[in-house]
Ligand binder design. Structure first.
Ligand SMILES: [Cu+2]
Length: 141
């Protein structure tokens, strides 16, 4: 009887914890890489349903040695990527879209090529919402 109520309590806690997260990740995907390609891009829409701003401070994934947050800009006709070392602000009741040639996650030193159809987990660390784990799908685009 005791173990049953404990299990129930944990299940309840787990559902409260997941329901309470104000951060939602829509359509997380990564572009398939060619053999020998050591970096890959990650894209998604980060939705913040809280009444306060939050900030994506870091990310990590087992497929890469390091995951950086990048922005892309044009500099005299040349496309350049810059690491956002202070993270990425997500407005209150708003969203930020990470997409090709714009904001993106950069998977550094890939341990294996990202193959179309595969998926892999990415842990996103937010200043207020804490850790959000999401599953990226690899697409041939
Ligand atoms: Cu990049």
């Amino acid at each position: 009887m005791k173990s049953v109520s404990l299990a129930l309590a944990f299940a309840l806690l787990a559902s409260i914890a997941s329901a309470a997260s104000p951060i939602r990740i829509d359509n997380p995907w990564s572009r398939a890489t060619a053999p020998g390609q050591v970096v890959g891009g990650g894209f998604m829409t980060i939705v913040n349903t809280a009444n306060t701003t939050d900030r994506l401070v870091s990310a990590a994934s087992p497929v890469a040695a390091e995951v950086q947050i990048h922005n892309t800009s044009m500099d005299g006709g040349v496309m350049r990527m810059r690491q956002l070392t202070d993270g990425l602000e997500i407005p209150a009741n708003g969203k930020v879209e990470l997409k090709p040639r714009s904001l993106h996650l950069m998977f550094m030193q890939l341990k294996a090529p990202l193959e179309a159809g595969a998926s892999f987990p990415v842990q996103l660390q937010f200043e207020k919402a804490g850790t959000v784990t999401t599953q990226f799908t690899v697409e041939q685009r």
